[in-house]
Design a protein around this ligand. Structure first.
Ligand SMILES: [Mg+2]
Length: 87
Protein backbone atom coordinates (compact mmCIF):
# COMPACT_ATOMS: atom_id res chain seq x y z
CA UNK A 1 0.00 0.00 0.00
CA UNK A 2 1.44 3.40 -0.94
CA UNK A 3 0.97 6.69 0.91
CA UNK A 4 -1.92 7.83 -1.31
CA UNK A 5 -3.76 4.57 -0.66
CA UNK A 6 -3.12 4.89 3.08
CA UNK A 7 -4.48 8.45 3.01
CA UNK A 8 -7.60 7.37 1.09
CA UNK A 9 -8.21 4.53 3.52
CA UNK A 10 -7.89 6.93 6.46
CA UNK A 11 -10.21 9.50 4.88
CA UNK A 12 -12.82 6.80 4.15
CA UNK A 13 -12.71 5.76 7.80
CA UNK A 14 -13.02 9.37 8.94
CA UNK A 15 -15.98 9.97 6.58
CA UNK A 16 -17.78 6.95 8.02
CA UNK A 17 -17.20 8.28 11.53
CA UNK A 18 -18.20 11.80 10.50
CA UNK A 19 -14.98 13.32 11.78
CA UNK A 20 -13.35 14.86 8.73
CA UNK A 21 -11.27 17.95 9.54
CA UNK A 22 -12.91 21.30 8.94
CA UNK A 23 -9.88 23.56 8.73
CA UNK A 24 -6.17 23.16 8.06
CA UNK A 25 -5.38 25.27 11.13
CA UNK A 26 -7.15 22.72 13.32
CA UNK A 27 -5.07 19.94 11.73
CA UNK A 28 -1.78 21.84 12.04
CA UNK A 29 -2.45 22.28 15.76
CA UNK A 30 -3.08 18.54 16.07
CA UNK A 31 0.13 17.86 14.14
CA UNK A 32 2.16 19.99 16.54
CA UNK A 33 0.48 18.21 19.45
CA UNK A 34 1.47 14.84 17.99
CA UNK A 35 5.07 15.97 17.48
CA UNK A 36 5.06 16.91 21.16
CA UNK A 37 3.84 13.41 22.01
CA UNK A 38 6.73 11.90 20.03
CA UNK A 39 9.13 14.11 22.01
CA UNK A 40 7.53 12.94 25.23
CA UNK A 41 7.80 9.28 24.15
CA UNK A 42 11.53 9.73 23.49
CA UNK A 43 12.21 11.75 26.64
CA UNK A 44 10.35 9.28 28.85
CA UNK A 45 11.80 6.26 27.05
CA UNK A 46 8.31 4.90 26.49
CA UNK A 47 7.88 1.38 25.08
CA UNK A 48 8.64 1.08 21.35
CA UNK A 49 4.99 0.30 20.60
CA UNK A 50 3.90 3.62 22.14
CA UNK A 51 6.62 5.52 20.26
CA UNK A 52 5.52 3.89 17.01
CA UNK A 53 1.93 4.81 17.71
CA UNK A 54 2.91 8.46 18.14
CA UNK A 55 4.84 8.40 14.85
CA UNK A 56 1.74 6.99 13.14
CA UNK A 57 -0.28 9.84 14.65
CA UNK A 58 2.00 12.30 12.85
CA UNK A 59 1.30 10.61 9.50
CA UNK A 60 -2.41 10.66 10.39
CA UNK A 61 -2.30 14.45 10.73
CA UNK A 62 -0.11 14.89 7.64
CA UNK A 63 -2.63 12.87 5.65
CA UNK A 64 -5.41 15.16 6.82
CA UNK A 65 -3.51 18.27 5.71
CA UNK A 66 -2.72 16.66 2.37
CA UNK A 67 -6.36 15.70 1.90
CA UNK A 68 -7.53 19.27 2.59
CA UNK A 69 -4.99 20.74 0.15
CA UNK A 70 -5.24 17.89 -2.39
CA UNK A 71 -1.56 17.07 -2.08
CA UNK A 72 0.01 13.72 -2.96
CA UNK A 73 2.54 13.30 -0.13
CA UNK A 74 4.40 10.52 -1.89
CA UNK A 75 4.83 12.66 -5.01
CA UNK A 76 6.14 15.69 -3.11
CA UNK A 77 8.43 13.48 -1.03
CA UNK A 78 9.93 11.98 -4.19
CA UNK A 79 10.50 15.52 -5.53
CA UNK A 80 12.25 16.41 -2.27
CA UNK A 81 14.45 13.30 -2.51
CA UNK A 82 15.44 14.30 -6.05
CA UNK A 83 16.13 17.89 -4.99
CA UNK A 84 18.27 16.79 -2.03
CA UNK A 85 20.25 14.39 -4.23
CA UNK A 86 21.42 17.39 -6.28
CA UNK A 87 22.74 19.38 -3.33
MG1 LIG B 1 -0.61 10.76 19.76
Amino acid sequence: MNLEELKNKQIEQMKKKGCLPKTDIEVVLHLVEEVGEVCEAVREKQPKEDFEGELADILWQLNKICWIHKIDLEEIFLKKLEKNACR
